[in-house]
Design a protein around this ligand. Structure first.
Ligand SMILES: Nc1ncnc2c1ncn2[C@@H]1O[C@H](COP(=O)(O)OP(=O)(O)OP(=O)(O)O)[C@@H](O)[C@H]1O
Length: 312
């Protein structure tokens, strides 16, 4: 079992009129890339800010590396790198000059860490180029270099992919994967776009109006978003019984009295429809459906959309 290196227990944060976090329980395990997904205002930044000590909870507590005392948290925070707000880089300074400025300001000993961090994010060769001449992707990577300077074990990244073009998204995603796999850095990454995190995240938490409404692994999410036959009938329970008895099929989910999702026979819906009709079940429709990541998210946080591939 992987070690829990950051944890929130019954964590709430009340701003004057807003409950930004409401009874959050979550665990970040070593080696994981945890994706925190929620619409704007869901509370993602607030959670990250509490972990870094930039904000304080009104109820509950947090633990870092198993420690929840004031001293323990201060020590733990030295092992974290974070990009929560856009770091204020100087536009007329180079990548190296900007990092050197922050190195001194933060009291990080040894100049070498600047070059090492720039190397990690492939910005060593930017030479005299000023920050103002950087692409958005380069600016994001410099932010990441800043967060890497203290050789963190955990990276907390607030919307690191926001605003990037598709090329920039792939670049940052690959970089984060490399840091996770080669440097064994555990990550907590927030986003308001679920699909941005795919191919990157190992565990998801969905935050809505301050509540962590669902947590699941990448495999579980893929299974929930897989293709299925949606069958609308007059008696879903009876169809379920027939699926088991007549077809030996257990891969189904009854979603209402009149609807059932079947994860087999995707290319042979007629097997299901014939069996239903032959056994006196009223069939009103059968169609192949697939839940996209964004639609899954919408369904969780209030919308209700899905995609039909074909309808019979
Ligand atoms: N300093 C503050 N004072 C009052 N309310 C705040 C403060 N910071 C955040 N909030 C409120 O708390 C709620 C959660 O905000 P938070 O920034 O954590 O959400 P978020 O999911 O990160 O969204 P976004 O991506 O838009 O930043 C919002 O309703 C926000 O308006």
């Amino acid at each position: 079992m992987a070690e829990v290196i950051a944890e929130a227990r019954k964590l709430s944060k009340q701003y004057k009129d807003t409950k930004a976090l409401d009874d959050i329980n979550f665990k970040l395990k070593r080696g994981n890339i945890y994706g925190l997904v929620g619409k704007n205002g869901a509370g993602k930044t607030t959670l990250l800010r509490i972990l870094t000590g930039q904000a304080f909870q009104t109820e509950g507590n947090i633990a870092l590396f198993g420690e929840s005392s004031y001293e323990g948290l201060s020590k733990g925070r030295k092992r974290i790198g974070a990009i929560i707000e856009e770091p204020g880089f100087y536009s007329d300074m180079t990548a190296e000059q900007n990092l050197e400025y922050y190195r001194i300001q933060r009291g990080i000993p040894g100049k070498r860490c600047v070059q090492e961090a720039l190397k990690e994010v492939s910005l060593l060769d930017t030479g005299n180029k000023k920050f103002s001449q950087f692409s958005l992707g380069m600016k994001q990577r410099l932010g990441l270099a800043l967060a890497l300077m203290n050789k963190p074990e955990i990276l907390l990244l607030d919307e690191p992919i926001n605003g990037l073009d598709p090329f920039g998204i792939v670049e940052i995603r690959n970089l984060l994967l490399k840091l996770n796999q080669e440097k064994k850095i555990t990550m907590l990454i927030s986003s308001h776009i679920l699909s941005e995190l795919s191919n990157l995240v190992t565990f998801y938490g969905f935050l809505d109006q301050g509540k962590l409404i669902k947590q699941l692994s990448e495999e579980e999410l893929s299974a929930e978003c897989s293709k299925y036959l949606e069958v609308k009938v007059d008696k879903a329970e009876r169809l379920a019984a027939l699926l088991e008895i007549k077809l030996g099929c257990h891969a189904y989910k009854v979603t209402s009295d009149y609807s059932i999702h079947i994860y087999e026979y995707l290319n042979q819906p007629e097997i299901v429809s014939q069996m239903a009709v032959q056994n006196g079940i009223g069939l009103s429709s059968i169609g192949l459906k697939e839940m996209s990541l964004e639609n899954y998210f919408m369904q969780l946080v209030g919308g209700n959309v899905d995609e039909t591939i074909y309808e019979k």
